[in-house]
Design a protein around this ligand. Structure first.
Ligand code: MSP
Length: 515
């Protein structure tokens, strides 16, 4: 095994029952940015995303479209991958629950759990939402005046079902799980989600989970009892380890990214699927004797002024429209900086455009542009650097840069993406202020040596800012790195002034034209 530190991150696998919207882009952009950051810290990384393709909902959708389920999902997945390409989401694997290696391990794992007596057969009676793939008891669901039961969050109608089913014996693990939460405070971020889980599910007593269905056939059948199809959540959750070859002939990736003490493993999820990831998933792993992930990071929802995005409200924001008009970097930057990870965040075009103009055009684009232009104008694009700190503004800026790198790393290590971006944004503000304070265009008239010093620090600040923004602003930071002639800088550790003895820049280019 290599001695490099490893980082494994996953997004939820998305249902291909509709097109992806900015909520899905949000999760996936977080995962992509954290992966790019970890690479800049020298980690070996594995980033998994994919699609959750089995189940009744997909079977129904395919029928509505007059397609076989396989054909239907094959077509939907093309759009998923196109979107990820457009927005620079560079995953290590795109797993589909219809992938043969995944299906084989899911069936095999089910059999193992049966053998180990964690799964037994009985009858399931309850209320089920096809759209949300979720079960409820009558107490949990809302009964309306019309006599029907509805999903407490999505509002979808629930249907009564009674059928033979296999059950996963999770009821025995409540005590263990509660203790695990206490012993591993970093397991669920933010902490408020743990309290919800304990109060709503663990303390009232966990119920064994129905894990198969006979009412549809689009899924992985149970070995030796083909009428039963393994229920989507078990099939879906398993993707996090089947993708790495868990329990297959080749466990290299599993050993590299999961199965060792220093493996950092992060699952990103939206708040409404925390229960599946923080109760069922850890218990399933415990049953399989597989180590737990480091952290489940549960983010809030992106909503609009009209509330949660939904087709019926007509407020679904299509990422493709935004990418076409403003570019993929602007969308990534906006989502990752303006949406606070732990809360719901409101998306509006006005806010989006103001962030584009203020942050990307005026602060970032303008700083790079001013700096490159001045180095071209006063030094024909080439300075022998002078990083002395006698000048009080140079000294102040040098300290701010050092502090920003430290705080940024710290925030990113704690997965606090929007805080990390605030830190860069503050350094941008201070660097622009530094230009106004040092007035290089006046110094140019009197003291070339002083100018060399002032512009060296300004250039260095641009390089640092641009490097720290690389995980978020993928395309434009590459262009800016070209202008600053630092495309070879790959690691944050390389950001030492000793590495910039000879400063060179190219002809200026506008990065973010104002809108
Ligand atoms: N297939 C399951 C996940 C299985 S993971 C083993 C699923 N799919 S989903 O397509 O419905 O949703 C995937 C993710 O998108 C969830 O984490 C959900 O929170 C997220 N989002 C859906 N709408 C969202 C917003 N409006 N805002 C932010 N995230 C949202 O659940």
């Amino acid at each position: 095994m290599s001695s490099k530190k490893t980082f494994y991150i996953s997004t939820p696998i998305f249902y291909p029952s509709g097109n992806l919207h900015i909520g899905h882009v949000y999760t996936t952009a977080i995962a992509d940015s954290l992966t790019r950051y970890k690479k800049m810290r020298g980690y070996e990384t594995y980033f998994l995303t994919g699609s959750d393709e089995h189940g009744e909902k997909i079977e129904q959708k395919a029928k509505e479209n007059n397609l076989s389920p396989q054909k239907y999902v094959d077509e939907m997945i093309v759009n998923f991958k196109k979107l990820w390409d457009l927005i620079d989401v560079k995953y290590s694997r795109f797993i589909r629950t219809t992938d043969k290696d995944h299906e084989t391990i899911v069936a095999k794992t089910f059999t193992k759990l049966q053998k180990d007596k964690f799964i037994y057969k009985d009858f399931y009676e309850g209320l089920y939402s096809v759209s949300d793939e979720e079960f409820f008891t009558e107490q949990q669901a809302k009964k309306h005046e019309d006599g029907k039961y509805y999903h407490p969050v999505s509002g979808h109608v629930l249907k009564k079902v009674k059928e033979a089913s296999y059950f996963l014996e999770i009821s025995k693990f409540g005590k263990w799980l509660k203790q695990y939460f206490y012993d591993h405070p970093e397991f669920v971020i933010p902490e408020k989600r743990i309290n919800e889980l304990i109060n709503n599910f663990i303390d009232p007593g966990l119920k064994d989970l129905s894990v198969t269905r006979t009412s549809f056939s689009w899924g992985v059948p149970v070995n030796g009892d083909n009428k039963h199809v393994i229920y989507v959540w078990i099939d879906a959750l398993m993707n996090y380890i089947t993708a790495l070859g868990y329990n297959s002939n080749d466990e290299t990736l599993f050993n590299q990214y999961w199965n060792h003490d220093n493996a950092e493993i992060v699952h990103l999820v939206g708040k409404e699927i925390t229960r599946f990831h923080c109760i069922y998933w850890p218990i399933l792993l415990k049953m399989l004797n597989v180590k737990q992930p480091t952290t489940v990071l549960a983010h809030g929802w992106i909503v609009t002024k009209e509330g949660k995005m939904s087709k019926s409200k007509g407020n679904v924001v299509n990422p493709l429209d935004l990418i076409e008009k403003y570019g993929s970097d602007a969308l990534r930057y906006f989502l990752l900086k303006e949406i606070k990870l732990n809360e719901d965040g409101v998306f509006s075009i006005d806010h989006f455009e103001s962030v584009y103009n203020n942050d990307l055009s005026n602060k970032y684009g303008n700083l790079i542009s001013r700096t490159v232009s001045m180095i071209n104008k006063y030094f024909s694009g080439n300075i022998a650097s002078d990083f002395s700190i006698e000048n009080k503004f140079c000294k102040k800026l040098s300290l701010r840069i050092e502090e920003a790198i430290f705080d940024y790393n710290n925030a990113m290590d704690k997965l606090k993406i929007n805080n990390a971006l605030d830190i860069v944004s503050d350094l941008l503000r201070d660097s622009n202020k530094y230009v106004d304070e040092t007035t290089p265009w006046i110094v140019a008239k009197t003291d070339k040596k002083e100018l060399q010093n002032v512009l060296s620090w300004l250039y260095y600040s641009c390089v640092v800012i641009n490097t720290l923004l690389k995980p978020f602003i993928v395309k434009k930071s590459k262009i800016a790195a070209g202008l600053l002639e630092v495309s070879h800088i790959k690691l944050i550790d390389d950001l030492q002034i000793a590495n910039f003895t000879n400063i060179k820049v190219k002809e200026n280019k506008i990065l973010f034209p104002r809108i």
